[in-house]
Structures are given as structure tokens and as C-alpha cells.
Design a protein around this ligand. Structure first.
Ligand code: AMP
Ligand code: ZN
Length: 114
């Protein structure tokens, strides 16, 4: 998917502020942070939404959650707490059609979201 912003971030066409990378996933700072810590975690392989998750994507998503304890420690939010959220589709407020998880922390977060 050549027009996908996050694929362009993965292949280096668009710069990003990386906080973690391995062969399967990438994490970088959100351009418009909603909290003192706001990073996105994405599978490197394009998948447009959670509706499209197959076995391979599910493995990659499991891998994302294996990395979370290390990532939140590095970001200094492991003790204070944090939220991970993935928006899907129009009602979910998804604006970039490449699956991503928002990791937010560094302040007390409201619940429920609007
Ligand atoms: P969502 O609205 O859940 O699809 O989230 C998309 C997120 O991507 C938003 O929080 C945007 O601020 C963020 N975003 C869009 N373009 C970039 C970019 N080039 N670098 C970093 N974050 C971005
Ligand atoms: Zn993509």
C-alpha cells in the first residue's frame, strides 16, 4: 500500500521519532501527543484495520504486547500506569488505515473516553 503514511514511516520515506524497532514492529512518537508520553506501536507489515487481522497479524500483535513491559519501563510509565488503545473504523475514530496501538501515559487519563 504505497499511499499509507505508516508504511512510509516503516520504509523511511517519512521521518519519525523512533522509540523501539525490531524486524516485526516499530514504535514512534505520535505527531500530536495527547499525553506527556504518547507513542504509536505498529506492525511493520501493512494491515489496514483490526477487521483484517489474520493468523500472521495476530502473532505480530502478540509480539507487540510482549514488548510492552520493556517499552513502558524505558518510557518511565511502568509504575505510574498507562493506556493502550486501538481505534478501528469511523466510529472508533481511526484516521490512519494501518493498524496501530496508541500507548499513552505520564498523566492521569480520563475514562470513559468521549
Ligand atoms: P488514529 O486516529 O487512531 O488513526 O491515530 C492516528 C495517529 O497517528 C494520530 O494520533 C496522529 O497524531 C498520528 N500521526 C499521523 N501522522 C503521523 C506521523 N507522520 N508521525 C507520527 N504520528 C502521526
Ligand atoms: Zn501501511
Amino acid at each position: 500500500m504505497n499511499d499509507c503514511i505508516f508504511c512510509k514511516i516503516v520504509n523511511g520515506e517519512i521521518p519519525s521519532n523512533k522509540v523501539y524497532e525490531d524486524d516485526k514492529i516499530l514504535s514512534f512518537k505520535d505527531l500530536n501527543p495527547e499525553a506527556p508520553v504518547h507513542v504509536l506501536i505498529i506492525p511493520k507489515k501493512h494491515i489496514s484495520s483490526l477487521n483484517e487481522v489474520d493468523d500472521e497479524a495476530a502473532e505480530t500483535i502478540a509480539h507487540i504486547f510482549k514488548i510492552v513491559p520493556k517499552l513502558v519501563k524505558e518510557l518511565g510509565i511502568d509504575e505510574g500506569g498507562y493506556r493502550i488503545v486501538s481505534n478501528c473504523g469511523e466510529d472508533g475514530g481511526q484516521s490512519v488505515p494501518h493498524v496501530h496501538f496508541h500507548l499513552l501515559g505520564g498523566r492521569s487519563l480520563n475514562w470513559p473516553p468521549g
